[in-house]
Write a protein that binds this ligand. Structure first.
Ligand code: DGL
Length: 269
């Protein structure tokens, strides 16, 4: 069991926010990551397209020896989680439920903001998960379609990113939220900008981190944790390796050169 890997996937770089967390809390685990960089972004596409892409991504990952899967994408978790769970008997954990639970726990004034992709906000997934936990909480949600391309192109800080962020967070500020769900796993890469603009009174909830914590808890409960001290990590992308390696290395604060491979996944059905 201990040699099995945890599979993590996203449309691109965003799922690395979950990988960074997994490396911290479960350093002995072998991780295999897939970023569908040839088809990013997912969040501006239709539900059917997102579901099709997600099933193909998971089919690729399931060819590796896995003990669990982290769907490190708010968009995919919002529209396709039950379909993905139906493909395998191993645990498949999404970001929505654990992140909503953490936000409900954090809010003091019962006003939560959600930043997500267009598909995520339209799906109402976070809104439904929050309402189930505490129906008295009011929610303000904004779609932020420019954030994923900004992150994928390395614009993690600077004027362009700040201008986009100011526009997107305004409705949340006007609503007086004290807690904001970064409902897309790309957005924690923009945390320096978002923290600065929101200021101290607002707690930012990182969906990659919350999902990683939830997955760790499941593996612990099921007695499936690795006993090793340092796990192996492999990264697969569907497009150019160098762009991913550079930004990923910056974010993970370690070089991943030599661990990233370009693959062509099956896209027939
Ligand atoms: N990281 C994905 C998410 O959490 C980004 C989706 C996209 O590619 O637009 O929603």
């Amino acid at each position: 069991m201990s040699e099995l890997q945890i599979g993590v996937f996203d449309s691109g770089l965003g799922g690395l926010t979950a990988v960074r967390e997994l490396m911290q809390i479960l350093p002995g685990e072998n991780l295999v990551y897939f970023g569908d960089t040839a088809r990013v972004p997912y969040g501006t596409r239709s539900r059917d397209t997102i579901r099709t892409f997600a099933l193909q991504d998971l089919r690729f990952l399931l060819e590796q020896d896995l003990k669990a899967v982290l769907v490190a994408c708010g968009t995919v978790s919002s529209v396709a989680l039950p379909d993905l769970q139906g493909m395998t008997d191993i645990p498949v954990v999404g970001v929505v439920q654990p992140t909503a639970a953490a936000a409900c726990n954090a809010t003091k004034n019962k006003k939560i903001g959600i930043l997500g992709t267009s598909a995520t906000v339209k799906s109402g997934s976070y809104q439904a998960a929050i309402a189930e936990i505490d129906p008295e909480i009011t929610v303000t949600a904004t779609a932020c379609p420019l954030f994923v391309p900004l992150v994928e192109n390395g614009y993690l800080e600077g004027q362009i990113t700040e201008l986009a962020a100011m526009e997107y967070i305004k409705p949340l500020q006007d609503a007086g939220v004290d807690t904001v769900i970064l409902g897309c796993t790309h957005y924690p890469l923009l945390k320096p900008v978002l923290s600065k603009l929101f200021g101290d009174g607002v707690t930012l909830i990182d969906s990659g981190r919350e999902a990683a914590l939830a997955l760790a808890e499941i593996l612990r409960r099921e007695g499936k944790l690795s006993q090793k001290s340092e796990g192996k990590r492999r990264y697969f992308v569907s497009d150019e390796v160098s762009n991913f390696s550079n930004i990923a290395g910056m974010f993970l604060e370690r070089s991943i050169d030599g661990q990233v491979e370009k693959v062509t996944i099956r896209t027939d059905d």
